[in-house]
Design a binder for this molecule. Structure first.
Ligand code: ZN
Length: 228
């Protein structure tokens, strides 16, 4: 009887130890066996993530660039003219679509790049703010009124459309890219403020911003619905 009880206790101990220890041993050997393979897979994953990002910062130095902007003369790699050229190159590289969501746009250079893209058959859609749209220097009013660009604004003037981002060629994984940041596309932003812009082709970001743009586009009525 006593012998049987001992046997039962021993069995329980062995079972408990087995449950705790065996998975750990298996885990150890599997990891050791496939350590190299796991490392290779990780490396391959990183290799496939070929997205890039580029950050631009407008600093105190750029306050010297007002004249450079007005005369299109670059004072160096960090000149406001150089930074603007970088953004223009992105717009000019568009093949399929531009979805621009911008609180305020007054720069002629950007306007020209949008017109040029539109003339090449690129689908240009613009979302802006209802109040800035009506401002005298807004180029978006010109693009919409004179050239028939698709521009939409929020239905309520109390709510600022304060975004500053642009998604380019979102339909094509090889071409797609975007920029976003604090910068309004204005002379003030380029020579007077501390601002930043990030340029990237990160697929996850582009999908999020494209979805947000499409949602706003659907939500906001066509500008012709307003009496601007
Ligand atoms: Zn400069």
């Amino acid at each position: 009887m006593v012998h049987k009880m001992h046997l039962k206790v021993i069995c329980k101990i062995v079972t408990a130890v087995s449950v705790a220890v065996i998975p750990a041993i298996i885990n150890y050997f599997v990891k050791r066996r496939y350590k190299k393979k796991l490392k290779e897979l990780k490396l391959r994953k990183n290799k496939f993530d070929n997205s890039y990002y580029h950050c631009i910062f407008w600093t105190m130095e750029n306050t010297k660039c007002r004249e450079h902007m007005l005369n299109s003369i670059e004072c160096g790699n960090n000149c406001s003219v150089t930074y603007l050229e970088t953004i223009i190159r992105l717009l000019s590289s568009s093949k399929l679509s531009i979805a621009l969501c911008m609180y305020h746009l007054t720069l002629k250079q950007i306007t020209d790049a949008l017109i040029e893209a539109n003339n090449r058959g690129v689908n240009v859609r613009i979302i802006t703010d209802a109040i800035t749209f009506k401002m005298q220097h807004s180029k978006l009013k010109f693009l919409q009124k004179k050239l028939g660009f698709d521009v939409r604004v929020p239905p309520n003037e109390d709510t600022f459309m304060h975004h500053k981002f642009c998604v380019i060629d979102a339909e094509d994984l090889d071409l797609h890219k975007m920029f976003l940041g604090s910068l309004n596309l204005t002379l003030q932003g380029c020579v007077n403020n501390f601002e930043f812009v990030i340029i990237t082709n990160n697929s996850h970001m582009i999908t999020s911003y494209k979805d947000e743009f499409d949602l706003l586009w659907k939500t906001f009525p066509d500008i012709y619905a307003y009496n601007f």
